[in-house]
Design a protein around this ligand. Structure first.
Ligand code: M6R
Length: 357
């Protein structure tokens, strides 16, 4: 039920702090240790390479998951779009483990890969919001998202839940491999939950940005580097699917290789600047597009801000920045769709769960 909310999407965006806290509770023992099945831990440590398979928003969460698993657990990871993987399978490693990420657990493209993976005799873990769903039943192992039902076609809380669970999985695998970490995922996720709450209370600001930049825009670009780039892909998908504005996410460094030709007087460019190691470079990209007429909106993080930034996100651990940087993009898309009189919860041509290949 929507309760007092005008749309499920807004309700689901607002639920994200609770979802983070729920995940903390579900994946933590009373003694504060992580609570994951032993067989999942064994499968992760036995794998010489992880293949993440997903579609749409879940694929974008997978891209962030790759960074987490590689940086924290030192496991090599490839991320693949399910529909491409079916006929374009890479040479697999000797001991692969497949991770399927799917909010619904019913996505046909992902299921087709799972069927093939099982035929080849490989192990699979499904990360899903729907226990008992097809992808969960047919895989060897399941991790639940505990995000509660997601009704709006545009995925929001499932994306952040997927990243949170992937971070916990990465830390659990690192512990199992004896890797020493200076990162307590539960403490850091609690800080994320508070940061999300702060951002959810700044809706007016997001609405103003949507009105100012997107009420009549024909297109919009999102730029970022490193993890910010992956969040840009997600921000662009959100905007396209509910507001029908042509939107793309680009890696800041790629601009000069072609994309910058698209910038005209007034083109909206939303830039994420939450990654300290590339802060100067992304700021350079913002200047480059602004010099060619772009109407720029920088979203940065506390400690890295410049005076002209439109949103300064509360600081969170460097591994977890996507969990907070995506939130303003979700809200900006929501308000852009609203201002353009679009059907926010049921955008044209789309279904919540895509059960055909
Ligand atoms: O249920 P799934 O996570 O497998 O769904 C995958 C995509 O269809 C889904 O994320 C889609 O891209 C959303 N509409 C994005 O908001």
């Amino acid at each position: 039920e929507k309760g007092t909310y005008p749309h499920f999407m807004l309700k689901e965006i607002d639920e994200q702090p609770f979802v983070m806290r729920n995940i903390i509770n579900k994946y933590q023992n009373e003694d504060g240790k992580l609570k994951l099945d032993d067989d999942i831990r064994q499968a992760m440590t036995a794998a010489d390479r992880v293949y993440i398979i997903a579609c749409g928003t879940s694929y974008h969460a997978g891209l962030v998951g790759k960074q987490l698993l590689e940086n924290i657990a030192k496991i090599p990871v490839e991320v693949h779009i399910a529909s491409e993987f079916v006929y374009n399978m890479p040479l697999l490693s000797e001991k692969p483990l497949f991770i399927f990420i799917s909010q619904s657990g019913e996505t046909a493209d992902s299921r087709a890969v799972l069927v093939e993976v099982k035929r080849l005799g490989h192990k699979a873990l499904t990360i899903t919001n729907v226990p008992g769903s097809t992808l969960s039943r047919e895989a060897n192992y399941t991790l639940n998202l505990y995000a509660g039902p997601e009704i709006a076609v545009a995925s929001t809380k499932a994306y952040t839940a997927q990243i949170a669970v992937l971070a916990i999985l990465a830390v659990d695998s690192a512990h199992a491999k004896g890797i020493e970490l200076d990162f307590n995922p539960m403490q850091e996720l609690a800080i994320v939950a508070n940061a999300m709450e702060t951002l959810c209370s700044q809706k007016e600001q997001m609405e103003n940005i949507a009105r100012e930049y997107l009420s009549v825009a024909r297109n919009c670009f999102f730029i970022g580097r490193s993890a910010d780039f992956y969040v840009c892909l997600e921000g662009a998908l959100k905007l396209k699917e509910i507001s029908y504005i042509q939107a793309e996410g680009f890696a800041g460094g790629e601009l000069k290789h072609g994309t910058i030709a698209l910038i005209e007087e007034g083109t909206p460019v939303i830039a994420l600047a939450t990654q300290e190691h590339v802060n100067l470079s992304i700021r350079g990209n913002v200047k480059e597009v602004a010099a060619r007429g772009a109407y720029t909106c920088v979203i940065s993080m506390d400690g890295m801000q410049d005076e002209e930034d439109r949103i300064v996100l509360p600081a969170v651990h460097a591994y977890l920045t996507p969990l907070v940087s995506v939130l303003p993009l979700q809200l900006i898309s929501y308000y852009a769709a609203l201002h353009r009189d679009c059907d926010v919860d049921k955008p044209r041509n789309l279904a919540k769960s895509v059960t055909v290949e």
